[in-house]
Design a protein around this ligand. Structure first.
Ligand code: ASP
Length: 316
C-alpha cells in the first residue's frame, strides 16, 4: 500500500514582548490560534491546496480582533490602519503581495488574487485598492478595523507626544508592540505555501512598509526547501532577508529546516537587535517554530500527530 503523504500546517500570531493584554486575553488568543489551525488543516485533509489552507488560516486571524492584522491592526502615527500581506506557493514560486492597504477586510485574499489573476507580483496603495474594487473583494469602513485596545495604545502615545519636551513626532516615540499573523502548510501533492498579513508596527510612520509583504523576508515558499512566515521587527527582518536565508541554508548547505531556522533567528540575528520569529514547514512535513522574543503566538497540526498551541517559550 502506498504510504500516505504527510500534511502539516503551522500558524503564528506574532512574536514580540509580553504584555498584560496577552495575559488578560490568553484564552481568547489560544482559541483564535486553534480556530485558525483547524480551518487550515480541514482544507488539507479534504485534499485542498496549501495555498487555500494558508489563506483560510490567515483569514481567521485577520477577522479576529485580538491579532494585529485585518480587524485589530495596529494604528499608524496618524491613527489610521495600513496593512501589508503576501502569499507564495512553493511549486512554481508564484507570489502575490499588497502593501499600504486600507479598508480591505482580508488583505491575504487580495494578495492571493494578485498572485492568481494578474501578471504582477506586488501592488500597493491606491492601485491595489482600485484592483480590489474591480474584483469585488470585501471592503469595510475604516471603523471596522480599529479596536479599543489599539485605540488605547494610540491615545497613550499621543499623550506622550504632547507631554514630551522636544515635541518629537509620534513615529519617533519608542513603540515595541507589534504583531503579525502568518501560516505555512504542506498539502497532499507535496506543495508548500506561506502567507503573512499584518497591520505593521504600532505608531509607524504613514507609508512605512514592513517585512511581511516582502517576498523572501516575511514570506517565502519553495517546494524543495521550505515555506516560511516571519514576524518581529520588520526592519530587522528586512536587513537579514530572513525567509530566503533559511531556504538558502537548506538548499546550498544542506541544513535541516530546524537547523536553518535556528542559525538565522538565534545566531545570525543578535538578540539585542530586536525581535524575530519564524514558522516553517518542509516537503517532508517537518515543522519549525523558532523565535528570540519573549513570546510568539503559535499553533500547529500535522498528519503524524504533532499538535499544539503555545504563546511563551516551552521549558526544556
Ligand atoms: N513584522 C511586522 C512588521 O514589521 C510586525 C510584526 O511581525 O510584529 O510590520
Amino acid at each position: 500500500m502506498a504510504k500516505k503523504k504527510p500534511l502539516a500546517i503551522v500558524i503564528h500570531g506574532g512574536a514580540g514582548p509580553d504584555s498584560d493584554h496577552i495575559h488578560e486575553n490568553r484564552k481568547g488568543y489560544e482559541d483564535g490560534i486553534k480556530e485558525a489551525v483547524e480551518a487550515g488543516y480541514k482544507i488539507l485533509e479534504e485534499g485542498g491546496s496549501a495555498v487555500d489552507a494558508v489563506e483560510a488560516a490567515v483569514i481567521k486571524l485577520e477577522n479576529n480582533p485580538l491579532f494585529n492584522a485585518g480587524r485589530g491592526s495596529a494604528l499608524n502615527a496618524n491613527g489610521e490602519v495600513e496593512m501589508d500581506a503576501a502569499i507564495m506557493r512553493g511549486d512554481d514560486q508564484a507570489s502575490g503581495a499588497v502593501a499600504l492597504i486600507r479598508n480591505i477586510r482580508n488583505p491575504v485574499s487580495l494578495a492571493k488574487a494578485v498572485m492568481m489573476n494578474t501578471k504582477y507580483r506586488f501592488l500597493g496603495d491606491m492601485g491595489a485598492l482600485e484592483y480590489a474594487k474591480k474584483i469585488d473583494i470585501r471592503m469595510e469602513p475604516s471603523s471596522y478595523f480599529i479596536t479599543e485596545h489599539q485605540f488605547d495604545a494610540f491615545s497613550k502615545k499621543r499623550q506622550e507626544e504632547f507631554t514630551s519636551s522636544d515635541r518629537i513626532g509620534m513615529d519617533q516615540l519608542n513603540a515595541r508592540m507589534h504583531g503579525t499573523v502568518g501560516a505555512v502548510a504542506l498539502d497532499r501533492d507535496g506543495n508548500v505555501a506561506a502567507a503573512t498579513s499584518t497591520g505593521g508596527t504600532e505608531n509607524k510612520k504613514m507609508g512605512r512598509i514592513g517585512d511581511s509583504c516582502v517576498i523572501g523576508v516575511g514570506c517565502y515558499a519553495k517546494n524543495n526547501t521550505c515555506a516560511i512566515s516571519g514576524t518581529g521587527d520588520g526592519e530587522l527582518l528586512i536587513k537579514n532577508i530572513i525567509a530566503y536565508d533559511i531556504s538558502a541554508l537548506m538548499e546550498y548547505k544542506g541544513l535541516t529546516l530546524q537547523q536553518a531556522c535556528e542559525e538565522v533567528v538565534l545566531k545570525r540575528v543578535k538578540k539585542d537587535e530586536g525581535d524575530v520569529g519564524v514558522i516553517g514547514v518542509d516537503g517532508d512535513g517537518n515543522i519549525a517554530l523558532v523565535f528570540n522574543s519573549e513570546r510568539m503566538h503559535r499553533g500547529w497540526k500535522t498528519s503524524n500527530r504533532q499538535q499544539g498551541i503555545e504563546i511563551y517559550a516551552t521549558k526544556k
